[in-house]
Design a protein around this ligand. Sequence first.
Ligand SMILES: *Cc1c(COP(=O)(O)O)cnc(C)c1O
Length: 225
Amino acid sequence: MDAACKENAIRGGPRPMPRLVAVGKTREAGEIAALAGEWATLRPGATLAFGENYVQEASAKVAALDGTGIEWHLIGHLQSNKAAQAAALFDWVQSIDRPKLVAALAAARDPQRPPLNVLIQVNVDGEAGKHGCAPADVPALAESIAARPTLALRGLMAIPEPHPDLEHRRAAFATMRTLHDALLAGYPGADMLSMGMSEDFELAISEGATMVRIGSALFGPRPPA
Ligand SMILES: *Cc1c(COP(=O)(O)O)cnc(C)c1O
């Protein structure tokens, strides 16, 4: 039995196949459409999820790709004054990290639409100046989200420090897994743990990610900003 299987056996069975969110930041709508087309051929009927970092950039792409059935995820930091626009454009917001944003998104989401799926972003390494709440803030945020009918609490998200030492990253992913297990105990619908990018998604999956966000490994390297 390898280490991952053993871990699963101890923790109570394997997790489902992780979901892929393709990260289209800096990519043109046409490139996203091409990838979506390829993906639909490979996995007919699968819902295609794309992640964007900026509301502004996403807005043009969502309009250009209207009717393609793409599920849109906001994965970048969200300013409160853009919450209304985000609540209209996106199916998921992965970057909730403060009570003000919960209130703004909940008020802005059209109650006629399905609830906005949200993840709580955790600053798992406690990096200064980085977005995401402290691990200790998760329970209060979760409670506040769960109380809003226009929002659906779906789990946690993290962008661990890109530390060169893989064991350091593994520890951050493992901390997230522990936090997620604790959340799931109270909120069974919060089944997503979004962590892992092009460089470290395998490690993230082995530590319990159920959703990975991949940009450059799908689209090729981004041009330097
Ligand atoms: C850019 C980005 C990704 C994808 O990064 P890659 O290294 O290109 O896979 C994932 N998550 C967030 C929040 C990002 O900003």
